[in-house]
Design a protein around this ligand. Structure first.
Ligand code: NOJ
Ligand code: NOJ
Length: 503
């Protein structure tokens, strides 16, 4: 167990990225919140009553009971650790590097145990395990097939790092053996993803069975990155098959676009029932998590994604009483808290009640805006259309209220409008982040939700992936702020923070 000195490790990461960091009040708060978030994330690793490598979703054991290793939450956390492992070297913090190496190694061992354990899903799509590694045998929304996809690509990134460091024997033995049937963790997941991505499964919120935008983007990402690894390790036929399946997925993504509603739907066919609209923050979360410059239809600056972000903003703004507070006492904008989807009734307890804004979803909107700001900065021109106009006006008017973009306009670099879009999106990221700042608990602690009427933190306390979202959002903010200081033309290829392999 990593039992000692969480705080120095957290400090090491903040130093690693402290060059040119913004010194404004929100930026300072965000850096502090990130340090706390990292310490709290590390505190949820390998709990004393579990196996090494288990990632606790939250220490909460009741109302709700989240004392489990969720495959999804764990994979997202480990993607952050692969990134930290990578960047901590640059700052010469070798000790921290060794710690992340250990965390990832244990995660591999625990993941192998999960794959070998017999579960009710009877497939790698089992969503959660006890921290001891035992299977959970109660009724649950299973399978959830984004899990094996996310596990595959975080481990693929990890394998790529290990290969660069000469650990090929371990990679071939444990991670990717190129055999069928496979006894290695990545290949087992990739084979499942490649052959079963069409199977209906439960969504990331564990409620609805169908075909999901979120799951599809994760599956595509796993296949594309996995193909590169397979090729590299001499498994070209698998590589070709994975790429072929990825391109079929790409060719089917259009089905999620609803021209009438002007947003990307979360599930096809639309579930109906208690989910009357199919507008869902999961779409934006998927785009942020799988961000890749090689799949330009679904990036933070793409039209359909901006349309979806604007639809979410507009739907949640009037929904929660706390969103009426729209400015700080100094007059700085505060954007609405964002929930999972408008009809959500999950408040963290049983029975069903009313849903609330989530830290994860609000931070995701913030992250999206920072990323979009970076991406637009390098664009020689921006075409305004019916899909992006809502979000771009909302953002641009934050920094220049006189701007009125209209569909059909072309905005050129160096123009007042171009500048307003870039700085406005950054300001929009800040406005969502202020919402999180306002409702974070004592000493920046984050749970899952904050109450729609009182703003108090609610549901699972110290939720690991809320913290991970906080860390990533701050990193993107720092990156976008740094880029604002440099020549606009160098920024286009920069946001490789999450996709270590750039796929
Ligand atoms: C119902 C919630 O909507 C879902 O997201 C959650 O995973 C389960 N309950 C378990 O807490
Ligand atoms: C419920 C959420 O709906 C799901 O997405 C998450 O994986 C689990 N809680 C654990 O955090």
């Amino acid at each position: 167990m990593l039992s000692t000195s969480n705080t120095p490790r957290a400090a090491a990461f903040s130093q690693a990225s402290s060059k040119h960091t913004p010194t404004d009040a929100l930026g300072k708060w965000a850096r502090h919140a990130k340090d706390i978030a990292l310490a709290k994330t590390l505190a949820n690793m390998s709990p004393a009553d579990g196996q090494p490598g288990a990632v606790l979703a939250s220490p909460s054991r009741a109302n709700p009971d989240y004392y489990y290793h969720w495959v999804r939450d764990a994979a997202r956390t480990m993607r952050l650790f692969v990134h930290l492992y990578n960047t901590s070297d640059a700052s010469g913090k070798r000790l921290a590097r060794i710690d992340y190496h250990t965390l990832l190694e244990r995660y591999v061992t625990f993941s192998k145990l999960n794959q070998a354990t017999s579960t009710l899903s009877a497939s790698p799509g089992e969503p959660k395990f006890y921290v001891t590694g035992e299977s959970y045998s109660e009724a649950w929304g299973r399978p959830q097939n984004d899990g094996p996809a996310q596990r595959a690509y975080v481990l693929t990134r990890w394998a790529q790092h290990l290969l660069m460091e000469g650990e090929e024997a371990y990679v071939r033995g444990v991670l990717y053996d190129g055999r069928l049937p496979s006894f290695s963790v990545i290949k087992t997941d990739l084979e499942f993803v490649a052959h079963h991505w069409r199977d209906p499964c439960f969504d990331l919120w564990e409620e609805i069975s169908g075909q999901h935008f979120f799951t599809r983007l994760q599956q595509r990402q796993a296949l594309v990155e996995g193909a590169a690894l397979a090729e590299h390790l001499g498994d070209p036929r698998a590589a070709a098959y994975y790429l072929e399946q990825a391109s079929v997925i790409e060719s089917q993504m259009d089905q999620f676009w609803s021209p009438g509603e002007n947003y990307l739907k979360a599930t096809v066919p639309s579930p109906g029932g208690f989910k009357s609209t199919d507008l869902d923050a999961a779409v934006v979360l998927a785009v942020c998590e799988t961000y890749s410059k090689h799949f330009p239809s679904y990036t933070p600056d793409s039209d359909r994604v901006l349309a979806t972000a604007f639809a979410l903003h507009s739907a949640f703004l009037p929904m929660y009483a706390i969103n009426r507070l729209a400015r700080t006492t100094e007059g700085k904008p505060i954007f609405p808290g964002i929930g999972r989807y408008p009809d959500d009734t999950y408040d963290g307890g049983q029975p069903r009640n009313v849903g609330n804004p989530w830290f994860l979803c609000t931070l995701t909107l913030s992250e999206l805006c920072y990323k979009a700001s970076s991406l637009f900065k390098s664009k020689p021109s921006i075409s305004i259309n019916g899909q992006n106009v809502g979000m771009l006006n909302l953002a641009a008017q934050l920094t220049d209220p006189s701007i009125a973009l209209a569909a059909g306009n072309t905005v050129r670099q160096e123009s007042r409008e171009h500048r307003a879009i870039v700085t406005g999106l950054f300001a929009a990221g800040d406005a969502y982040l202020r919402r999180v700042q306002l409702h974070a608990g004592e000493d920046c602690s984050l749970s899952e939700q904050f109450n729609r009427n009182t703003g108090a933190i609610q549901s699972a306390r110290d939720l690991t992936w809320s913290y991970v979202a906080m860390i990533l959002t701050e990193s993107w903010r720092s990156l976008a702020a740094r880029e604002a200081l440099v020549d606009s033309r160098v920024s286009a290829e920069q946001p490789q923070l999450i996709s270590a392999t750039g796929k």
